[in-house]
Ligand binder design. Structure first.
Ligand SMILES: *Cc1c(COP(=O)(O)O)cnc(C)c1O
Length: 301
């Protein structure tokens, strides 16, 4: 392990805001802005920096030595936590969904986690669903010793508070701000940080198991972080393309064409669905002519 470096997590903030000329928008008199959160930090791109930073600060203040968190085999959050642990000198433990992965060669994402010193612990899906149960966490403590728990996706009240800065950076810049949603922490904070009159749209990339589940999650995060609902936000739920990491030829063709038009590599799990959704909504007349729409670019491929 390299020695901890408190400067190592220094971000590029505020993240750049770029206006682009994209025909499906400009043809309707709508301005399209890209909020380049993917440029915040090379090791913790995008919203993962904004969500982890306050948690890491709290861990350091509490004297915690180890962080334990949860994710799927391709989780950007696991990667960001592993990188932050290496840079700041925390031990990290990643509880990974899917016991069939134990003993198999690591995919590139998990290999990066391991190279950053993360201990990987694979559990089956039934066990993974119990990840917030006290008995389950007690069993993990018996196995791994003392640690601070960061929830799946990093989305807790500190994370939502960290993401209010994203909203504040966009005050006065756009009428509508849109972000792709996994666990919803980014949307919860973004909406809280915008000015009155600005509205936020979240585009879920997972297919909700229960109706309104994500809506309740965002509302709950706002209650925990801010004491109640904040901001004007809604979910555009028709753009998950079948679920997490699922894609279709139509989505791929859209993302390829966007890349070609603008020379911007489009991350396919989250950002492609966000940009597709905004383009479809613009086509349906959801944004008035003369307004500006900002898309939060939360990651790179
Ligand atoms: C994690 C992630 C998101 C989703 O953020 P949530 O706060 O979990 O909703 C969006 N985009 C990218 C690139 C991500 O890695």
């Amino acid at each position: 392990m390299t020695s901890p470096d408190p400067q190592a997590l220094r971000p590029r903030l505020p993240s750049p805001l770029q206006e682009i000329d994209d025909e499906p928008f400009s043809r309707r008199g709508i301005r399209l802005l890209l909020k380049r959160d993917d440029l915040i930090h090379p090791a913790l791109p995008g919203n993962k920096w904004r969500k982890l930073a306050p948690n890491l600060r709290a861990a350091a203040e509490a004297g915690d030595r180890a962080l334990l968190t949860f994710g799927g085999a391709y989780s950007n959050h696991l990667r960001a936590t592993a990188a932050a642990g290496r840079l700041l000198g925390f031990a990290t433990i990643g509880v990974v969904r899917g016991d069939e992965l134990a003993g198999a060669p690591l995919n590139p994402s998990l290999a990066r986690c391991a190279a950053d010193g993360m201990r990987l612990h694979f559990i089956d899906r039934a066990g993974y669903r119990r990840k917030a149960d006290p008995e389950f966490l007690a069993a993990l403590h018996d196995r791994f010793g003392a640690f601070r728990v960061i929830p799946e996706g990093g989305s807790n009240s500190l994370a939502a508070q960290g993401c209010t800065e994203l909203g504040r950076e966009l005050r006065g810049a756009a009428d509508t701000v849109a972000v792709a949603c996994g666990t919803g922490g980014t949307l919860a904070g973004l909406a809280a940080g915008l000015a009155p009159g600005q509205r936020a749209i979240g585009v879920p990339v997972l297919k909700g198991g229960r109706p309104h589940f994500l809506h309740e999650t965002v509302t709950g995060l706002q209650r925990a972080a801010f004491g109640g609902p904040r901001g004007d936000w809604r979910l555009a739920e028709d753009f998950h393309f079948g679920g997490y990491a699922r894609r279709t030829p139509e989505l791929d063709a859209f993302a390829d064409a966007f890349e070609e038009r603008h020379g911007l590599p489009v991350e396919r799990v989250y950002v492609a669905k966000l940009l597709f959704a905004l383009t479809a909504l613009a086509g349906e007349g959801a944004f008035a002519p003369g307004t500006a729409v900002a898309a939060v670019i939360t990651g790179t491929p």
